[in-house]
Design a protein around this ligand. Structure first.
Ligand code: HEM
Length: 257
């Protein structure tokens, strides 16, 4: 599943790895389509209320089932993007490892996990840029961009721009204490408006999952971080922690209250 996330390599369709991502995606779609067809035939029996049951039995207003391929694709859309969040989690654990004070603050300050998660999404390079095409002629800062012209927004650069962020290369969750919520500066999952533009529909849930996961790692478990390659390569698309962030000797924290 993780290899599919690498389809961001396909931005522009020229990067190595895009084909593997596409093939991996096709394999999962094939398998899910088979599950849907087998459910419809009554050969497998997922419980009512599960995503597989509901998608397999969904009907349009004329009583027709959904095309099995589209059904498989939509079923996968319910969990595929959630798995992408593991990359932010690895960045979050790296940030906690490099800045140990943040672990203590997550434990003791009520809103800190939120600020920490936002700073992880700002600071680390996941989606480096996003491509688009001008729909109409655009005048931008004295330059005319003709309709049809290809454009790329520098996502990582915008989140490390000194005119938008004070000391952008410092990891400092506190900056989100007085952030005004602008739709144009914190753009790790696209910019603009959720309703009228393409901004990621899963951004809220990403932040919530990040917050809860970071609280879990700060409060509920202790672990060791063995020797590994924690490099974050800015040339990689999408970005990731080289070793994936391996932990060992994980122990549950016993609450003695
Ligand atoms: C690490 C987590 C994620 C990252 C980095 C990410 C990134 C993105 C990006 C860059 C876009 C395109 C924005 C644009 O075209 O301007 C996008 C769109 C989208 N994302 Fe996410 N996403 C993540 C998680 C999720 C989750 C968890 C969901 C759903 C549960 C989700 C659902 C969507 C949808 C439906 C769109 C299309 C929105 C539209 O075209 O209107 N994403 N995401």
């Amino acid at each position: 599943m993780d290899i599919m996330i690498d389809s961001f390599k396909g931005l522009g369709g020229v990067f190595k790895g895009y084909k593997e991502s596409k093939a991996a995606r096709r394999r999962v779609e094939d398998w899910l389509e088979e599950q849907i067809l087998e459910t419809r035939k009554g050969n497998i029996h997922p419980p009512e209320g599960t995503a597989l049951y509901e998608f397999a039995h969904w009907e349009d207003y004329l009583g027709n089932p959904m095309d099995s391929r589209n059904c498989a694709i939509d079923l996968m859309n319910t969990f595929r993007p959630l798995i992408a969040i593991n990359r932010f989690v690895a960045f979050g654990l790296l940030a906690m490892h490099d800045n140990p004070i943040t672990r203590e603050k997550i434990k003791s300050e009520p809103d800190y996990a939120y600020k920490f998660s936002q700073e992880v999404r700002r600071f680390y390079p996941f989606v480096p840029f996003l491509p688009g095409k001008a729909k109409v002629d655009i005048d931008f800062q004295g330059v005319t961009i003709p309709a049809g012209h290809g454009l790329a927004i520098d996502v990582y650069g915008s989140m490390h721009d000194e005119t938008l962020w004070e000391n952008p290369n410092e990891f400092r969750p506190e900056r989100f204490e007085d952030w005004d919520g602008s739709p144009f500066d914190l753009i790790p999952q696209g910019g603009g408006d959720y309703w009228t533009n393409h901004r990621c529909a899963g951004e809220w849930i990403t932040v919530i999952i990040m917050e809860e996961t970071m609280k879990y790692f700060a409060e509920k478990v202790t672990y060791d971080v063995p020797e590994q390659d924690l490099t974050v390569d800015l040339n990689s698309i999408p970005g990731y922690v080289k070793s994936g962030f391996i932990i060992k000797n994980v122990q549950e924290v016993v609450d003695r209250k």
